[in-house]
Design a protein around this ligand. Structure first.
Ligand SMILES: [Zn+2]
Length: 436
């Protein structure tokens, strides 16, 4: 009898395991983007653009990708693709199927990355040779103060929702002068934008390892760099879902996880035109401003430099844009044209170096309305003299997924722009300047 009960219990357990495995398989299939398609969509006017923006991420998990000269890439499941194509045809919007099944490409890229990274032993990393996880990046960051005791300082600023350590690196020239003005750079606010942490790491290496060439950037300024803000989301893109954007904190609606950190900041938070109140939407702003631990950490970091924050630069991808405040209104901040001059300096340096074309302007005018983004907050509340979002170049199939072999081209080009803008900021706002 006991034995039979035990057997029945074992059978039930087995059934349960099978069910779990089965649902895990379904989940895995979805997260691996089996049969997901990529379309190139070419809106011809603002009306068509608006139709696409309205579609993005509501019905078909369209990636809300940015406009560029070659149009928009839309990623859609096979179930959703029929309806999408029908709608595009109805509105006479040009489109073309680029990829019929994304999954082999996602697998190939993961394999390329793991293979390439395995050649290096942590804490050493090859920024140009792989995309590193949050944990790997932290291991690298933690090793820097030992290698550069006078010039690198690591701070543990807080924890992500899933208890990952959020770390910030301060780089100086080691002269011991305190309270220099600051250039503050963050990366990986959006999880899937993998070139963003790579760029942050490349900047770190330029300032620390390539110091002979870049020492003048540290003469009167300190650089504060947080390579990964959205640690949970970023980790999730490495382990599960390559194109995840938001955080991983659950919402009241258990169907949908995560908040868009770049809509969660308290300045002019909650405008319907620039964010979503729907927790299933990719631009969900959260239930309240700063209800995400990661945005709280970035807020505290920004505020800790209020009064000496000359340049706040948030690294995103993609689309080749220098985006300035404001995102929430068509109006401009007081020193908008100074900020635009800095951005133009970056854009021109890049054109000279590589022919890469950047567009500069306010987020509202160049892209579309955003509300509660970090650059608006840095400008309005943390008193950043120049606040800017840099949309790095596209790569790979969706734009968010450059191959490892493309990292070098993107980050070296982008460094030309960042370096030129830093020099411009330093020249415009010398260390004794009044930030008001
Ligand atoms: Zn982004």
């Amino acid at each position: 009898m006991t034995c039979k009960v035990a057997t029945a219990a074992a059978a039930n357990l087995l059934l349960l395991v099978l069910l779990v495995l089965q649902s895990a398989k379904i989940l895995l299939a979805r997260e691996d983007y089996k049969d997901y398609k990529v379309y190139q969509v070419q809106p011809q006017n603002d009306e068509q653009m608006q139709i696409l923006l309205n579609l993005a991420n509501k019905q078909w998990e369209l990636l809300p990708t940015w406009r560029n000269e070659s149009g928009i890439k839309a990623l859609v499941s096979s179930q959703g693709s029929g309806e999408l194509v029908k709608l595009l045809a109805e509105h006479h919007i040009e489109h073309q199927l680029l990829i019929d099944d994304l999954s082999p490409f996602v697998r190939a890229q993961r394999a390329e990355n793991l293979r390439s990274k395995s050649r290096y032993q942590l804490p050493y990393i090859d920024v140009l040779g792989g995309f590193y996880t949050h944990e790997e990046i932290n291991t690298y960051l933690d090793s820097l103060p030992e290698r550069y005791p006078k010039r690198a300082q690591i701070r543990h600023m807080g924890w992500s929702y899933e208890r990952r350590a959020l770390k910030v690196l301060t780089i100086s020239n080691g002269d011991g002068r305190r309270n220099k003005p600051v250039i503050l750079i963050d990366g990986t606010v959006h999880a899937r934008e993998w070139i963003s942490p790579s760029m942050a790491l490349y900047i770190i290496q330029q300032l620390l390892d390539n110091d002979a060439e870049n020492m003048e950037l540290l003469e009167d300024y300190d650089w504060v760099i947080m390579p990964v803000v959205n640690a949970d989301g970023y980790e999730y893109t490495h382990t599960d879902s390559r194109y995840w954007r938001k955080t991983r904190k659950p919402n009241d609606n258990i169907e949908c996880i995560g908040t868009d950190l770049n809509r969660n900041f308290a300045h002019e938070w909650g405008h319907e035109a620039g964010s979503s109140s729907d927790s299933c939407n990719e631009t969900y702003r959260g239930a309240r401003p700063f209800d995400q631990p990661e945005s709280q950490v970035l807020r505290d970091l920004l505020l800790s430099y209020s009064g000496r924050l000359s340049w706040y630069l948030s690294l995103h991808s993609y689309g080749n844009y220098f985006l300035l405040p404001w995102g929430y209104t068509r109006d401009f901040p007081d020193n908008y044209y100074d900020m635009l001059d800095v951005a133009t300096t970056g854009a021109m340096a890049i054109v000279h170096a590589t022919n890469g074309i950047y567009t500069a302007g306010s987020t509202y005018h160049v892209l579309y309305a955003t509300s509660g983004d970090s650059a608006d907050y840095a400008k309005a509340v943390a008193n950043a003299t120049v606040a800017m979002t840099m949309e790095l170049p596209a790569g790979g199939f969706s734009g968010f997924d450059p191959w490892v072999s493309h990292i070098e081209g993107i980050v070296t080009e982008s460094w030309v722009g960042v370096r030129a803008m830093a020099n411009d900021v330093i020249r415009r706002y010398p260390s004794n300047h009044d930030h008001k």
